[in-house]
Design a protein around this ligand. Sequence first.
Ligand SMILES: [Ca+2]
Length: 137
Amino acid sequence: MSNFPKRRLVPSFSVAVASGTGSPIYVYDVKQDGGNDLMYGAGHHYGVFWLENRAGACQDHLIDNSWSQGHALTLADMDKDGRLDIVIGKRDLAHDIDPGAYEPLGTYWYRSEDASHGLWGPHPMAPQCPGSRRRTM
Ligand SMILES: [Ca+2]
């Protein structure tokens, strides 16, 4: 038996896309209602999501599905308003057979705009970094 007590952070949940996540799953109280919500990106498909903790069940919310292969999600207060925002980027060819694998690279942040509803506004940071290139084989 581990010395680490097991605690449930959120109700049981499943991810929205069959190909799962390709980034860390972050826990944050998006609605600031005392519940732990989850944020993740579809690492091998389209979509950035948050799972709303509704006291015993999780409801999936799509934040953005305009680009694919979201990896390395993190949370940071990008606009210094005291609320954590999502920062995530498109991985270069996570797998070349993934949907959108050859679409332009990008790094995005999503501002947590409404504490009561958990709305997120997209803010491309560097949709196509000058000088960035795909690796060649
Ligand atoms: Ca913020």
